[in-house]
Design a protein around this ligand. Structure first.
Ligand code: ATP
Ligand code: MG
Length: 396
């Protein structure tokens, strides 16, 4: 949990610097919310959703991702008057997948959504937010950014026709799944993990050759923004997101350290999403990051808070320490009272907890109204008047 909290806290803190506010949406929604937004042919909808009927006969789904819920809340909350809006979220997601390293059935994502900004500066800024997050957890240095453009609706249609023509000529070599996608959602075939499909896809026409001028210009402005920020990227013309509502920018941030499950962040622009869900057409752009994969990239455990160890010698001192611990905690300090045992045993426990300092209190000290303060890093020891003790400890 310490690693988990560190990752999420850093994501939240980075997002806050860009003006994002946290939103929490329900862990389950009506299944329709995901079916509509992810598309009938996506992997998530066809194979990965945890869907069941509730007592009222409604079909509900444990959320597989965060964007649909944020968009649903945006629409049902009537927030369209307040654009632009920036939301940060984190929490559990559920997908019925084959569990393996970095791929879980209940996992966690943290993400951001920027609503109401159609300009490429929005795309640049959300990527910068993601990079800043990864920098803060010390992972960015070991990751790279891949980016591509999916163009606007017109480009998509033009490319779709070219792609279908090409794939249709290789029908006999496509997987059964891809054959089904050929009519309903041919772009998804580019994303196929099937070996045979991948061979065909390798020679498929490249999307970037079919972008119209407006889409090319949009992409150039995104790249120019990244250049200005010194964010390195690789253009990957084969990169398409698994979700159907993306347009223009799509990107992934990948780590070499995680093997096959190396993608730590995925995102892009989804201008069509809010409209598909029945809201006023609203441009959107965002990303989601897998918390468990980010945790795997941490070089070391985030440090635990170091306590002040209170070590009483004798019954009278024990009562005194109980009260002292209470006073210290009210000041927001972390005090550990080794509940029982002799001095040696309590000292050992203090060391195990990596205590910063020990306060030793025996009959002698009580009589003199002092305490012995031992710095456990340097071993240095001195007597402090009881009434100055709390103040002294605050400095640690
Ligand atoms: P993949 O191609 O690895 O299945 P995806 O396209 O399904 O990824 P997204 O839907 O874009 O992934 O989710 C964003 C991020 O969430 C991923 O980059 C990854 O870090 C994380 N993620 C997705 N699915 C899982 C999972 N089952 N377990 C752990 N993390 C996951
Ligand atoms: Mg997946």
């Amino acid at each position: 949990m310490r690693r988990y909290r560190f990752v999420v806290d850093q994501a939240r803190a980075a997002a806050e610097c860009f003006g994002y506010h946290e939103m929490a949406t329900p862990i389950f929604e009506f299944s329709e919310v995901f079916k509509r937004t992810l598309g009938d042919t996506s992997d998530i909808v066809t194979k990965e959703m945890y869907t069941f009927t509730d007592r009222g006969g409604e079909t509900v789904t444990l959320r597989p991702e965060g964007t649909a819920g944020v968009a649903r809340a945006f629409i049902s909350g009537g927030l369209a008057q307040h654009l632009p809006l920036k939301y940060f979220y984190s929490g559990p997601m559920f997908r019925y997948e084959r569990p393996q390293k970095g791929r879980l059935r209940q996992f966690h994502q943290t993400g951001i959504e920027l609503l109401g900004v159609a300009d490429p500066i929005g795309d640049v800024e959300i990527i910068a937010t993601g990079v800043e997050f990864l920098r803060r957890i010390g992972a960015w240095e070991r990751c790279y950014l891949e980016i591509n453009s999916l163009g606007d609706a017109e480009s998509r249609k033009a490319y779709r026709d070219v792609l279908v023509a090409y794939l249709s000529a290789h029908k006999d070599q496509l997987s059964k799944e891809s054959l089904e996608r050929l009519e309903r959602n041919p772009m998804r075939i580019l994303d196929s993990k099937d070996e045979g499909d991948r061979k065909i896809v390798a020679d498929a026409p490249v999307y970037s050759d079919h972008l119209n001028e407006a889409s090319r210009d949009f992409f150039q402005r995104v790249l120019a923004g990244l250049d200005a920020l010194g964010i390195a990227y690789k253009i990957n013309p084969r990169l398409v997101r698994g979700l159907d509502y993306y347009c223009h920018t799509c990107f992934e941030i990948i780590s070499n350290d995680l093997g096959a499950q190396g993608t730590v962040m995925g995102g892009g622009r989804y201008d069509g999403l809010v409209g598909i869900m029945g809201g006023t057409e609203t441009p959107g752009v965002g990303w989601a990051s897998g918390v468990e994969r980010c945790m795997m990239l941490l070089q070391q455990d985030p440090p635990a808070r170091r306590p002040i160890a209170l070590i009483p010698v004798g019954a009278a001192a024990e009562r005194e320490c109980l009260v002292l611990a209470d006073q210290l905690r009210r000041l927001g300090l972390y005090a550990e009272l080794g509940y029982s045992g002799n001095v040696g045993k309590r000292m050992k426990r203090a060391n195990k907890l990596n205590a910063r300092v020990a306060v030793i209190l025996g009959d002698d000290e009580l009589a003199k109204k002092v305490a012995t303060l031992r710095d456990l890093d340097s071993g240095e020891q001195r007597e402090i008047a009881m009434d100055a003790l709390a103040q002294q400890l605050e400095a640690y």
